[in-house]
Ligand binder design. Structure first.
Ligand code: AMP
Length: 282
């Protein structure tokens, strides 16, 4: 396994691989890797000749008052995890390498990015789409692996690939959780002991909503109220949003008939956590 920091170097390597007819799987990450990332990497390892994991805390997807500076980083540990998973390349560029010469081109996927996380993070998806498309171009990957944990991101990236005719398959991977149900996230390290316990309220509220849906609940508003009711019981939690939306269009759903995404963002203390599930009424 090699760690590459330079765009021209990784481009040379992937063009060699392409000449040899190798398939390439890309796992884009911001590092501080955990079992959630590992599940994406293992799937990529199974399905491709070569696997690239990018580790890049992308400045353009952070708002001015967000946690760009404090975002956890540990490239040595990330490197070890990648090595143990049989990764071929860890691509770990510096921000100046990715955004040279005052780069001024951005990708904006309209329609899917204004609601949910986009409402409180207005430039987030523009930054995600821009860096992801750069990574697609740099790595010439055949497949890219994204977690359903970031359900809106997955939907937005799929739409971008379709709209801009990128030659890549976007593969969604299930949410990996801690034993007690908390979705794994690099940001969980921000939580104090007390907050870590309080954070269970996200999964708890979603489980109750799922139960209601399975018992026939068909009103989006009722599902939202069930979730809000549970979260409000937790004094350390503050709701950013609770939404029931169509899985593809991400537009709010009043009457639940087809495939929906139930998505929430909740502050536990100062840490903003997200979680979700999809439900299909057949
Ligand atoms: P991040 O490093 O947080 O930007 O995440 C990189 C990729 O890993 C994204 O596609 C995430 O959706 C995915 N990911 C993060 N946490 C999890 C998790 N708990 N389960 C599955 N995928 C995850």
């Amino acid at each position: 396994m090699v760690l590459i920091k330079n765009i021209s170097e990784i481009k040379d390597l992937v063009s060699e691989w392409k000449k040899e007819g190798k398939t390439i799987g890309l796992v884009p990450t911001m590092g501080y890797l955990h079992e959630g990332h590992e599940s994406l990497i293992k799937k990529a390892r199974k399905e491709n000749d070569k696997v690239i994991v990018s580790v890049f805390v992308n400045p353009t997807q952070f708002g001015p008052n967000e946690d760009l500076e404090s975002y956890p980083r540990n490239i040595e540990k990330d490197r070890e995890l990648c090595e143990s998973c049989g990764v071929d390349v860890v691509f770990n560029p510096e921000p100046v390498e990715m955004y040279k010469n005052n780069a001024s081109t951005y990708i904006n996927v309209q329609g899917l990015t204004e609601g949910l996380c986009g409402a409180s993070r207005p430039i987030h998806f523009r930054g995600v789409c821009t860096v992801v498309s750069k990574l697609f171009n740099i790595t010439m990957a055949d497949r890219a692996y994204f977690g359903e944990k970031d359900a809106q991101q997955l939907a937005v990236v799929k739409k971008m690939v379709e709209d801009l005719n990128f030659n890549i398959d976007v593969v969604g991977c299930p949410i990996i959780r801690e034993k007690d149900g908390l979705a794994k996230s690099s940001r969980n390290t921000y939580l104090s002991k007390e907050e870590r316990v309080a954070a269970l309220i996200l999964n708890k509220s979603l489980n109750l909503a799922l139960k209601k849906l399975k018992n026939g609940e068909a009103s989006g508003e009722n599902v939202i109220n069930v979730i809000k009711g549970v979260i409000k019981e937790e004094p350390l939690a503050k709701i950013d949003y609770v939404e029931v939306v169509d899985s593809k269009t991400l537009k709010p759903v009043k009457k639940i008939e087809n495939s929906i995404l139930v998505a929430i963002a909740v502050y536990i203390g100062k840490t903003r956590l997200i979680d979700n599930f999809t439900f299909n009424r057949e």
